[in-house]
Design a protein around this ligand. Structure first.
Ligand SMILES: [Zn+2]
Length: 447
């Protein structure tokens, strides 16, 4: 990368992480404005930039930018969120809202999540513009608010843009966070491309009882009945079901493993998964377990109203992460069956938002495979499903396939997004910028 391009990128990255965009005291609109100013200084015109601020959410602004192409193909969308998770200065070793370069790392809140990709996209669009690049399709960039609050925020920018300004961001497919490279002992191990996410749905379980004085306990009891049912539920597991994506994940991951784990991953990926292999993999890794099946887990428990009274009600909250293709009705029925007590009521809390997996299309994976081989020879591209959710949820739900790909390599043991002293290796950041620069060009065609 030419030195002036790198210096500009670093300046954009620094400016972005130093604008506080937490929900409590931060301002996403300020960050969107700063990036609009950078793009304008880089050659974008007023008409190519849209600053979109919800009328009732002045700090929840979004920026949409369009690099015009020759329209031979449908546009592609790049999306990154501006907001960050809270960070308390007194808990951190350094000021979370100052970019600190130290010992080969950049430290700051958002240094990975998600201001790395946001700044990379802004800097790269400026590079395309200044090079006079004419893609075969429009390249749209959306920088958005409130990803970290997800569906819990009415100002979630991805959801808000899809609902209110669909035409501005409509695309054949989108690139987002959610993927990324893995380092092992400082060396690139694999390049993960996220093509699916599990879907969250929660239930309330309740046992009821007429209650009474605790000095004369009745035979039936809401707390004991709920507890007994929960213990049965604890032992219950949903069946193993692999998709195109998790099948690819286990097949590719087997190449990076050895011994029993490698053999089990291959046995799991057979047409009929080997149940013993599945049991060993799920017992040894909570992550592998949640990749191969729908999971549900009790997360809250409540009961009783006084120390000297029999409980009239005992409730538990259960959060499930469904594989796509499962229906919430099916999951609810499985919970009812597993509890083994029809007197316990099971109520769904909120209608889940569907998130269909995105197809492993050649025009997306081809360029990723090609450039991964060039940047990191021998490193496999591994399709992946996230157990949590990103903004890709809203886009996939609206029919825009999404791919989490960044080329940012991080050691999973050192993954500090949302945590203390968030950091990214300096080399990973610059390599990721160059990878995405080439990747987007490759996908957008033209010259
Ligand atoms: Zn994020």
């Amino acid at each position: 990368m030419p030195a002036p391009d790198r210096a500009l990128f670093r300046a954009i990255y620094q400016e972005l992480v130093e604008i506080n965009t937490t929900d409590s005291v931060g301002d996403n609109t300020e960050a969107a404005r700063a990036m609009a100013a950078r793009l304008k200084a880089g050659g974008f015109s007023e008409s190519e930039l849209q600053l979109l601020v919800p009328a009732d959410g002045p700090k929840k602004g979004n920026l949409v930018v369009r690099l015009k192409g020759t329209e031979l193909r449908k546009p592609m969308l790049l999306i990154a969120h501006l907001d960050v998770v809270e960070a308390k200065r007194s808990d951190w070793e350094r000021d979370p809202f100052k970019l600190v370069e130290e010992g080969g790392y950049f430290y700051a809140r958002g240094s990975i999540d998600d201001k790395a990709m946001a700044a990379i996209f802004v800097a790269n669009l400026i590079r395309y513009k200044q090079a006079g690049y004419k893609p075969e399709r429009d390249i749209i960039l959306a920088l958005t608010s409130d990803e970290e609050l997800g569906a819990g925020s009415k100002w979630n920018g991805a959801n808000w843009l899809v609902t209110n300004h669909r035409a501005l961001i409509d695309a054949e497919f989108a690139l987002n966070e959610g993927g990324g490279g893995e380092l092992k002992d400082g060396k690139p191990l694999l390049n993960r491309v996220q093509a699916a996410e599990k879907v969250s749905v929660s239930f309330r379980l309740e046992a009821k009882n007429p209650g009474g004085h605790s000095s004369v306990p009745r035979a039936d009891n809401a707390i004991y009945e709920l507890a007994e049912a929960l213990v049965k539920f604890w032992k219950f597991q949903f069946p193993v079901r692999l998709s195109e994506i998790t099948h690819g994940y286990f097949t590719r991951s087997a190449e990076l493993q050895s011994g029993q784990v490698a053999a089990d991953m291959r046995a799991l990926a057979q047409a009929t998964p080997d149940p013993q292999a599945a049991a060993r993999l799920s017992a040894s890794s909570a992550l592998h377990n949640s990749l191969m099946r729908t999971t549900c887990v009790a997360t809250r428990l409540e009961g009783g109203h006084a120390l000297n009274a029999l409980s009239q009600s005992a409730t538990a909250m259960v959060n499930c992460r469904m594989l796509s293709g499962s229906s919430p009705d099916e999951v609810q029925q499985s919970i009812v069956n597993a509890l083994g007590n029809p007197a316990i009521t099971v109520t769904r809390l909120r209608q889940p938002i569907a998130s269909p997996p995105s197809p492993l299309r050649a025009d997306v994976f081809g360029p990723i495979e090609k450039l991964t081989a060039e940047f990191w020879p021998g490193v496999p591209v591994v399709p992946a499903m996230s157990t949590g959710a990103t903004d890709s949820l809203f886009l996939r739900n609206a029919g825009i396939p999404c791919y989490g790909v960044s080329g940012l390599f991080i050691d999973p043991a050192d993954y500090r997004a949302h945590g203390l002293n968030e950091r990214i290796p300096v080399k990973s950041l610059y390599d990721g910028q160059e990878f995405l620069y080439r990747l987007v060009r490759e996908m957008a065609g033209g010259g």
